[in-house]
Design a protein around this ligand. Structure first.
Ligand code: NAG
Ligand code: NAG
Ligand code: NAG
Ligand code: NAG
Ligand code: NAG
Ligand code: NAG
Ligand code: NAG
Length: 458
């Protein structure tokens, strides 16, 4: 279970681009052009507007929200969030909800997630005789370890030299601190979308499962009372109106003069040119995504070091599964019973009768069509294994979303040799700032780190 927000890190780029020509159409002139209307981009747009700045958001999809995926049944109006599920009870989240006129309430996770009743082998979809150990004492021991690294709560502020514990594959970390062991399966469930979690540097486990998540596990999440997390983005869309260019991507960018940039955007109505004092890039900072911005050698080298895993969420119907079916994958003989990726993480009944939430993870990026085939074949195994009585119809996708590239990471060797120092050094260079995949934390980060820097320079 997860699902804070698959939005990655944030870059604040102060646009020092190479000039390569001009464009004829009448440009949109704004203080800030924001690339990407996911959690960070949307938040930044609203907050900049509130502080009197003009903005335009360039969004690839036809709606805002990034990894926040919500399905509303057209007849019953019942709602299923199958992307971002949880927000933390932080002042910045409460203020943002108030700004968007969204009423919210604390909800215990036991109310949000139906209890898992069935543990299934990820390969055979057969029952595994497994009950997760009580994670409480293990989580307390985990929290004690985490407390040694307060710099992780607000970015990648790592001690120098980087402590060896942060570099250890998480499986080895748990072997070193066996008092954490009984929480390992639960930690893995909260870190869906980290590939093979036991092989990942402990740093990334700590980044995702930090104190905000632990607090949310203990005290509940702050959720819109509508149960529709996309309401955040629907409201933001209304406020931003024509200041969002939907179904649009950046074709090229260049420096206009010392004071700003000019970018050409492919829109459904042709190329639009935008002139802005600053660009805020909030899409995942892979080299591929940044190519239109002409990264120089230093930047290209650093951004090219990121690797990512695959994470896929879906809603499946016509499965024949009973409406109280909630399963999670567990292996009979793997370390801590954690399934090896790629695998289905879980199949869970939703609020909508006959619609099941299926999550899938992989260690590397897989084509969406391949993952869909794997999910359907898994459902077929469930049918063959008798979970659907005599039903054996063909299941199909109501929704499928590939959340790649998910969770950008680098190797332990590069963490140790100062990757995050190199990354942060871009801050004085063209200015960059990075955090974690978690909407609530990204809003706080945007509010307290990104926007003050940006506003100062406008
Ligand atoms: C805020 O929400 C309330 C209740 O849903 C509604 O009555 C009111 O009109 C909304 N106000 C704005 C400014 O959207
Ligand atoms: C949430 O759980 C806590 C402790 O388990 C309990 O005290 C509290 O009443 C619960 N809150 C709700 C809204 O159910
Ligand atoms: C883990 O849980 C088991 C029982 O579920 C218990 O016997 C064992 O002592 C626990 N281990 C630790 C390190 O707490
Ligand atoms: C689901 O419901 C059926 C019938 O209502 C019941 O027999 C079965 O035990 C339930 N399964 C679970 C896992 O709760
Ligand atoms: C684990 O179990 C599976 C099937 O239950 C089996 O194929 C595999 O060989 C086992 N692996 C080990 C390391 O025992
Ligand atoms: C499926 O099982 C139900 C009872 O559970 C029975 O009424 C029905 O005839 C069966 N259908 C087929 C095709 O076997
Ligand atoms: C919010 O950001 C501020 C400033 O970076 C930081 O001190 C604080 O710990 C953050 N709060 C949370 C809950 O992340």
């Amino acid at each position: 279970m997860i699902w804070l927000s698959p939005k990655s890190l944030v870059i604040l780029s102060l646009g020092l681009f190479v000039s390569n020509g001009s464009c004829a159409s009448k440009p949109l002139v704004r203080d800030v052009v924001i690339i990407g209307g996911g959690s960070s981009g949307t938040y930044a747009a609203i907050r900049l507007r509130d502080q009197g700045k003009s903005v335009v958001v360039v969004e690839r999809e036809s709606i805002l929200g990034g990894h926040t995926e919500t399905y509303v049944d057209p007849t019953t109006k019942q709602v299923v969030d199958y992307g971002v599920v949880l927000f933390h009870d932080l002042p910045v989240v409460r203020q943002y909800f108030a700004r968007l006129n969204i009423s919210s309430a604390l909800q215990n996770l036991s109310q949000i997630f139906k209890p898992i009743t069935t543990y299934l082998d990820p390969d055979t979809a057969q029952m595994v005789n497994f009950t997760p150990p009580d994670p409480s004492a293990g989580l307390a021991a985990y929290a004690q370890q985490l407390a040694q690294y307060p710099g992780l709560e607000t970015g990648y502020n790592l001690p120098n030299p980087v402590p060896e514990d942060l570099l250890l594959p998480f499986g080895q970390f748990v072997a070193k601190y066996p008092e954490v062991a009984n929480a390992t399966f639960s930690i893995a469930q909260f870190n869906q979308g980290l590939g093979n979690i036991l092989d990942q540097p402990t740093l990334y486990v700590f980044k995702i499962l930090g104190f905000d998540v632990l607090n949310t596990m203990a005290n509940g999440a702050l959720l819109p009372t509508s149960s529709n997390n996309h309401q955040i983005y629907d409201q933001a869309s209304r406020i931003l109106g024509p200041d969002v260019l939907f179904r649009s991507t950046v074709a090229s960018a260049r420096q206009r003069d010392a004071k700003g940039v000019e970018i050409d955007v492919n829109t459904p109505n042709g190329i639009r040119t935008i002139q802005a004092k600053k660009i805020l890039i909030t899409i995942p900072q892979t080299l591929k995504n940044l190519l239109p911005f002409n990264p120089d050698h230093t930047e290209a080298k650093i951004f090219n070091e990121f690797r990512s895993v695959g994470y896929y969420t879906s809603l499946v119907r016509s499965t024949g599964l009973p409406s109280n079916f909630t399963s999670s994958s567990a292996s009979a003989n793997s370390s801590f019973n954690i399934p090896q990726m790629p695998a289905v993480y879980s199949v869970s009944a939703t609020a909508i009768n006959g619609v099941f939430d299926v999550k899938y993870g992989s260690q590397k990026i897989l084509p969406g069509s391949y993952v869909q085939g794997e999910i359907l074949s898994y459902i077929q195994k469930l049918q063959n294994n008798g979970f659907t009585g005599n039903f054996s119809g063909a299941a199909n996708f109501l929704r499928f979303k590939s959340h790649v590239p998910f969770e950008l990471t680098v190797s332990p060797g590069r963490i140790a040799s100062g990757f995050y120092n190199d990354l942060y050094a871009l801050q004085g260079y063209r200015s960059a700032a990075f955090h974690v995949q978690d909407s609530s934390k990204l809003w706080n980060f945007t509010e307290t780190v990104v926007l003050p820097g940006l506003l100062k320079s406008l």
